[in-house]
Ligand binder design. Structure first.
Ligand SMILES: [Zn+2]
Length: 76
């Protein structure tokens, strides 16, 4: 069961992810460093920015983890 997913150079605990954007970031700001990347929002109101591959991996890991949580709840 995955507990972390790796985004960029960080291991993010799946329990801290609030949401994952399904669309690449676009704000039109010429100085924006996050253009075309996928925002992953964390509990602490911070965001990390993922490539498409990292986004897909994170969504899958989160789904697997949540499913595992539900099964744990049922067995209790
Ligand atoms: Zn931006």
């Amino acid at each position: 069961m995955p507990v972390f997913c790796q985004i960029d150079d960080k291991h993010i605990p799946l329990s801290r992810i609030v949401w994952i954007s399904d669309l690449p970031h676009f704000c039109g700001d010429a100085d924006c460093q996050c253009e075309g990347q996928y925002e992953i929002r964390l509990e602490s109101s911070e965001s990390v920015w993922a490539s498409l591959t990292e986004h897909d991996t994170a969504v899958e890991a989160l789904q697997a983890w949540l499913l595992g949580q539900e099964q744990e709840d049922e067995s209790n």
